[in-house]
Design a protein around this ligand. Structure first.
Ligand code: UDX
Length: 470
């Protein structure tokens, strides 16, 4: 097997995508510079302190440190890079569209400093191309690669400079909490570019992943029976659309199972059995068929909204995706309805909330179902007590106006509660001892938003149990 070749990489933006990409590529043997405009972030990273929590990130940062540099200045690295990754945020505008101004600012900066290879004092790139490949990894509307290319060209023209560069889109599919695992052992690597040179450079870059010929890090082992990733080459627009389509299909799948769950409940069928029955069809597959309170997080809500906006611009309605969103946000309120059916009036009642983050393994609250649920409970006059193993500090900081009581643990949150609502399926919540819970709670009502508890066991202990579709 031919040797892997080490390339010079610059990563712009050190959020979830940028930092995990940078640290993982450095671990694979590339020379990586991570750039961020925030000096506090850069100085922390220089001290080998991760600025986000991700399983295995700290270990990899230590292991790969010799291949890593951190800087606030992109311009110093533009001409020595074989590949420049744009990994900056694309927040949602008021109209739902993705705001790509951060991406364009990076493109302008590249155009401002790019020189023809060999013309610049620090042009030490190692790839056999005439200039860097500018890769967009941020989730952006289709056509953004063309826009990035045009922005760089315009900057070069303003300087009366000619310099070769290539553009590509490499969409990111990592999940929070297991971002390193998803980066080192992906299902697929998608490369969207019009340039053969860019394709070759990116193939060299990803060779260790494509061949899986690197030593697995202790902290993030290669999954058993892991097949090597699919390496998919596409045109730029298709790559950009692949990202949106993936982030629409997955939430659509969850909304689908939630709609079936709601029906199952009325019919007296059991959604766990239904999900198993349909999930064993390889065309459907078993993952993302977990019924419950629905999806949240930084991507699904934002990306489905941006996709609908983009489709609207071209006269396409995307009714399925529209409905998936509607179903999802209604699902949150359905849990409140279940609670009201059991307690009638919520005014003056104390409700214990287990879980604030949008999923376990993260302290991220973005679009978390817990936020809408707590907001509604407070509006209905209930007292709310919350506990989350990781996300309470963020909640206090980001939602200071939500008047809730903070508990020390998953048991103290239950003191004098009239009902327990399980929102996030943290593993420790699955182990909750309901004999102990029984002694603490004023009324024995459990609304299980993730279907993690055993209905019969809880009922045998005197609880009223309400799951989703059970
Ligand atoms: C997602 C995509 O999985 C990832 O590929 C993309 O790059 C970013 O968005 P992430 O937001 O980290 O990743 O979370 P994910 O693990 O996909 O879960 C998203 C939400 O769906 C969570 O709120 C989770 O609780 C919910 N979910 C997931 C379900 O409700 N049921 C399921 O069966 C699976």
């Amino acid at each position: 097997m031919p040797e892997n070749k080490s390339l010079n990489i610059t990563i712009v933006g050190t959020g979830y995508v940028g930092l995990t990409t940078g640290v993982s590529l450095a671990y694979l043997g590339h020379k990586v510079t991570c750039v961020d405009t925030n000096p506090a972030v850069i100085s922390k990273l220089k001290e080998k302190t991760p600025t986000i929590y991700e399983h295995g990130l700290e270990e990899l940062l230590h292991d790969a440190y010799d291949n890593l540099k951190f800087s606030t200045s992109l311009k110093d690295y533009v001409n020595s890079s074989d590949v420049i990754f744009i990994c900056v945020g694309t927040p949602t505008k008021d109209n739902g569209d993705a705001d790509t101004s951060g991406v364009e600012a990076v493109a302008r900066e590249i155009g401002k400093h790019l020189e023809e290879k060999g013309q610049s004092a620090n042009s030490q790139s190692t790839a056999d191309t005439r200039g860097p490949v500018v890769v967009n990894k941020s989730t952006v509307p289709v056509g953004t690669q063309e826009r990035v290319k045009a922005v760089i060209e315009r900057s070069l023209k303003e300087r009366n400079t000619e310099a070769t560069f290539y553009t590509a889109s490499v969409p990111e599919f990592l999940r929070e909490g297991v971002a390193i695992l998803d980066t080192l052992y992906p299902d697929r690597i998608v490369i969207g570019t019009d340039y053969k040179e860019a394709e070759d450079t990116l193939e060299t870059l990803y060779k260790p992943l494509i061949d899986q010929n690197f030593k697995e890090p202790e902290a993030v082992k290669r999954p058993e029976n892991y097949p090597n990733p699919a390496f998919i080459k596409t045109d730029p627009r298709s790559a950009e659309l692949i990202k949106y389509a993936a982030n629409a299909f997955l939430p659509m799948k969850i909304s689908f199972i939630n709609e079936i769950a709601n029906l199952a409940e009325k019919l007296g069928a059991d959604i766990d059995q239904v999900a198993k029955g349909i999930g064993s069809d390889s065309r459907i597959s078993a993952s993302f068929l977990g019924a419950g309170v629905g999806w949240g997080g930084s991507c699904f809500g934002k990306d489905t909204r941006a996709l609908l906006y983009m489709a609207g611009e071209y006269g396409e309605e995307l009714g399925l995706i529209k409905q998936a969103r509607k179903t999802n946000y209604a699902q949150r309120m359905l849990l409140i309805e279940k609670l009201r059916e059991e307690l009638n009036i919520l005014r003056g009642k104390t409700i214990a909330i287990l879980g604030l983050s949008f999923k376990p393994g993260t302290d991220d609250l973005r679009d978390s179902p817990a936020l809408d649920i707590i907001d509604k409970l407070l509006e209905l006059g209930a007292f709310v007590k919350v506990y989350d193993p990781k996300a309470m500090d963020n909640f206090k900081e980001e939602y200071p106006d939500m008047e809730v009581d903070y508990a020390r643990c998953e048991y103290s949150v239950l003191d004098d509660a009239h009902a327990l609502m399980l929102i996030t399926d943290w593993p420790e919540f699955k182990e909750l001892d309901f004999t102990e819970a029984n002694e603490k709670m004023k009324e024995k009502i459990v609304i299980d938003g993730r279907n993690i508890y055993d209905k019969e066991e809880l009922e045998s202990k005197g609880f009223v149990y309400r799951g989703v579709g059970r």
